[in-house]
Every structure is written in structure tokens, then in C-alpha cells.
Design a protein. Structure first.
Length: 111
């Protein structure tokens, strides 16, 4: 159970790095923010890649499980950063995606 919690938290940190790494260039390109935002964006994306390597499973399984957490994190970003109210469908989809991640991670080492 502790391993599942650690993996889930690591995935959320990974997703946050990916979203920040993509959001900062978006601010530059779409909102006229400073080009200097590309520096922390590059750091965030490098950290994203490194965090994905910390999991013991095969890369394809890590990416598949990570996708479920990414969906949840992106929706939370939509709510907190973009200020968009989430619908029942958003919450249901996030729950299904997170359950998919938990199922995949529970099977690590059993295949």
C-alpha cells in the first residue's frame, strides 16, 4: 500500500512538471509573456523525464499508468490555474483514469 501511495505521488509530481513545462511556452506563444519562460520550461520538462525513470516497471507500463494520473492533474490544473469549473463528467473521467492507473500499478511485478 505504501508503494502504491509513493508511486501515485511521484506520478502527480511528474504530471505537474510536464504541465508546467508545456504551460510556460504556451504563455509565451499565446499570451505574449517573456521568452525567458522557456528556461524554467526546459528545466521542468527535463525533471519530468527524469521522474519517469524512477519507476521500476517497464517504460510502456509506466507511461500507461502515468496517463491516468496526468488526466487527473490536468483537470485539477484546469480548475485551479484556469479557473474553469469542472463538470460531473470531468470528475467521473478523472476517477476512471485514476482507477486505471491503480490497476496497472497493482500488477507491476506480476506479469
Amino acid at each position: 500500500m505504501l508503494n502504491m501511495l509513493k508511486t501515485t505521488l511521484l506520478f502527480f509530481a511528474t504530471a505537474l512538471c510536464e504541465i508546467v513545462g508545456c504551460f510556460l511556452p504556451w504563455l509565451w506563444l499565446k499570451k505574449g509573456a517573456s521568452v525567458l519562460l522557456l528556461v524554467p520550461a526546459g528545466v521542468a520538462l527535463a525533471l519530468f523525464v527524469w521522474l519517469l525513470t524512477l519507476h521500476p516497471a517497464a517504460s510502456g507500463r509506466v507511461y500507461a499508468a502515468y496517463g491516468g494520473v496526468y488526466v487527473c492533474t490536468a483537470l485539477l490544473w484546469l480548475r485551479v490555474v484556469d479557473g474553469v469549473k469542472l463538470s460531473l463528467y470531468d470528475w467521473a473521467g478523472a476517477a476512471v483514469a485514476l482507477c486505471g492507473m491503480l490497476i496497472i500499478v497493482a500488477g507491476w511485478g506480476r506479469a
